[in-house]
Write a protein that binds this ligand. Structure first.
Ligand code: M6R
Length: 611
């Protein structure tokens, strides 16, 4: 969480840093701040979003061609002006921003307090900054050397950017566990938590690795490890267009991203799915064909929506590949002593590729000899680089905090991986596979069809927006879709919502049903259809308000609903890719009805880089 931006070059830093912060606001928006270097070191910061900072500093001195900026997701210390970054060191000579958590900060703080240091904020960042300054002072060394010494004492995760008043054209950056990208321009450099702040200036970027330090000047980028050895920066070319990170006429990124899904699913299948000749090309996966043929089980690790994609895929893998699949919350997996044998296959699923829990879970599995296959959206992200191989989801930048297009892209990739493995293991008949491949190919057009008729969804949103709670039910392939629908509603509208397997309702949640409770039932035609219709009857018998996600023209299901949203018919294995779309839109429009900031829901951040 937290977004960091930096610039040093020939232009005014402030507008570049502010614009970059707006692009990174999805990473946190509790407070914002900038530090500008020039004749003097100036720090401006404010509780709230970037716009609040801008309003508060219109009359200030904003010149200077080196600057750093921060948008915060609070960990240590409440969101407030004084806890906002950048922090100034005790002498006022250094300014620093930080993304991550310094786990041993209280020990370092005690050391500094005993030396007479006083702190203006409650943050771990200010502690680290003063720790660096103390080392610099005591050892009479350079700032770079002091940072190196300090970081050897630090446990936790960080990206830090520092400016020294005496070196107004230099930014020193270091990373461990949180992302840092450096954009290389003509006589200028850009720094960011991701590449979005630098997209309109340069496409040449360097992804900084853990335990690396960058000394960044307008004309020079020096990369070193913590042992002070010089490294050669590996400059890569970005393949993202500016339009991909702008709203493009939509009111919100979330809506834009929902509407992009026919294209993102298509992009994800393109060049990989060959329905006509019954094949799938996934080169990363193919590198491990032998291990996949022999495997007895696959473990999937992920968080949040990505975990729901894994859970949906579990049904597909089991059905097609006849493999044992375990889908684990990365946050739980990392602290257990999971049974992983050398050569086991672990699929790590992540949109951002930076989720701290997933990263540590991967390290854990890797240390036990597992083969890590990444299903990641952000190219060059930490998880992508940590994986032995994998398949990108190609959904493009997802800015809305609530994940939508990344989910369907993950599901499309996981489905292809399942089909590929099934083919390798001969666990699916060529006829069934051919049918599924053709069906998968038709999904983008069916999603398009759902998106062409959003009026009923808007009406239902109006009708139910004032409900206090929602229950979401689904069975089989659609149980994880019920979970995902409930998560979307919670995130976006702050309405309490719970997802449940439809048949489990009678073991408890049915007690909640009364004439006030909307129950969203994913009831499209599949092998459990009759059973789910019975569950709908049970809800109606208790006066519950059934909102059905039903297959077009399924009168039997429609008759059981107070309201319904219809989706095109599809094979049950692929139906989740369709059924989730109305649920995303329902959450979006209910959030809008309630006046919520759907792109930046309270307390959340897009990229969860702390545990
Ligand atoms: O970037 P990741 O896919 O690893 O993120 C995992 C979760 O933090 C993420 O899916 C989160 O649950 C979203 N806010 C869901 O909309």
């Amino acid at each position: 969480m937290c977004g960091i931006v930096g610039y040093t070059g020939g232009r005014d830093a402030y507008p570049i840093v502010i614009k970059g912060l707006k692009r990174l606001e999805y990473r946190g928006y509790d407070s914002t701040g900038v530090a500008l270097a020039g004749p003097s070191l100036r720090v401006y910061k404010k509780k709230g979003k970037v716009a609040s900072l801008e309003e508060s500093i219109v009359r200030k001195e904003l010149g200077g061609s080196t600057g750093i900026g921060h948008t915060r997701w609070a960990t240590h210390g409440e969101p407030s002006d004084r806890n906002a970054h950048p922090h100034l060191s005790a002498s006022g000579q250094l300014a620093m921003i930080h993304n991550g958590i310094i786990e041993n900060y209280s020990q370092l703080k005690q050391e500094l307090l005993s030396k007479g240091y006083q702190f203006k904020s409650d943050t771990d960042t200010e502690v680290l900054l003063n720790f660096i300054e103390e080392i610099k002072h005591n050892n009479a060394c350079s700032l770079e050397e002091a940072i190196r010494i300090a970081l050897k004492r630090v446990t936790g995760a960080y990206v830090i950017l520092l400016i020294d008043q005496d070196m107004p054209d230099t930014i020193i950056a270091a990373r461990k566990g949180s992302p840092l990208v450096i954009g290389v321009g003509q006589g200028e450099h850009f720094l960011g938590s991701d590449a979005s702040p630098m997209l309109e200036y340069t496409k040449e970027v360097v992804y900084v690795n853990d335990y690396e330090l960058a000394i960044v000047k307008p004309q020079e980028l020096v990369l070193k490890n913590l042992g002070n050895e010089r490294l050669t920066p590996y400059v890569q070319k970005l393949d993202i267009e500016l339009a991909a990170i702008e709203k493009g006429g939509y009111e919100h990124f979330m809506l834009k991203e929902i509407f992009e899904q026919p294209k993102t699913i298509f992009d994800c299948l393109r060049g990989r799915l060959h329905a006509e000749d019954g094949t799938i090309t996934l080169s990363g996966i193919e590198q491990h064909s032998e291990a996949l043929q022999k495997a007895n089980r696959i473990v999937m690790i992920a968080c949040g929506t990505s975990w729901h994609a894994g859970l949906t895929a579990e049904y597909i893998f089991e059905e097609c590949c006849r493999l044992n699949v375990e889908v684990e919350y990365a946050s739980e997996f990392r602290y257990r002593n999971p049974v992983i044998h050398p050569g086991d296959i672990v699929l790590a699923i992540s949109q951002s590729g930076e989720t701290a829990d997933t990263l540590v879970a991967i390290e854990n599995a890797k240390s036990k000899g597992a083969i890590i296959l990444g299903v990641v959206n952000v190219v060059g992200s930490s998880i992508a680089r940590m994986s032995h191989a994998g398949a990108y989801t190609h959904a493009g930048p997802e800015i809305g905090v609530a994940s939508t297009k990344a989910f369907t892209a993950q599901l499309a990739v996981l489905t292809m991986i399942a089909f590929k493995i099934a083919q390798l293991r001969n666990s699916i008949s060529p006829e069934r596979l051919s049918l599924l491949l053709h069906e998968l190919e038709s999904i983008p057009a069916k999603v398009e069809k759902i998106l062409s008729n959003i009026e009923p969804i808007q009406q239902i949103a109006k009708q139910y927006a004032q409900a206090r709670d929602f229950l979401y039910l689904g069975r089989g392939y659609n149980f994880p879709i019920a979970l995902e629908g409930a998560l979307k509603l919670k995130e976006i509208s702050y309405i309490h919502a719970e997802g449940y397997p439809a048949a489990e309702m009678k073991h408890g949640p049915i007690a909640l049903v009364d004439d006030q409770l909307p129950v969203v039932v994913v009831a499209t035609k599949d092998s459990y259809h009759e059973k789910v219709l019975s569950n709908m009857q049970e809800i109606r018998a208790r006066k519950g308000r059934v909102i059905g996600i039903v297959t077009e023209e399924d009168q039997a299901a429609i008759e059981l609903c107070e309201a319904y949203l219809a989706v095109p018919a599809a094979d049950e294995m692929l139906a989740p890719l369709l059924n989730v779309i109305p649920l995303q839109l329902l959450a979006y429009y209910i959030g809008i009805e309630k006046g919520c900031d759907v792109d930046k829901p309270r307390n959340l951040a897009k990229s969860v880089t702390v545990e």
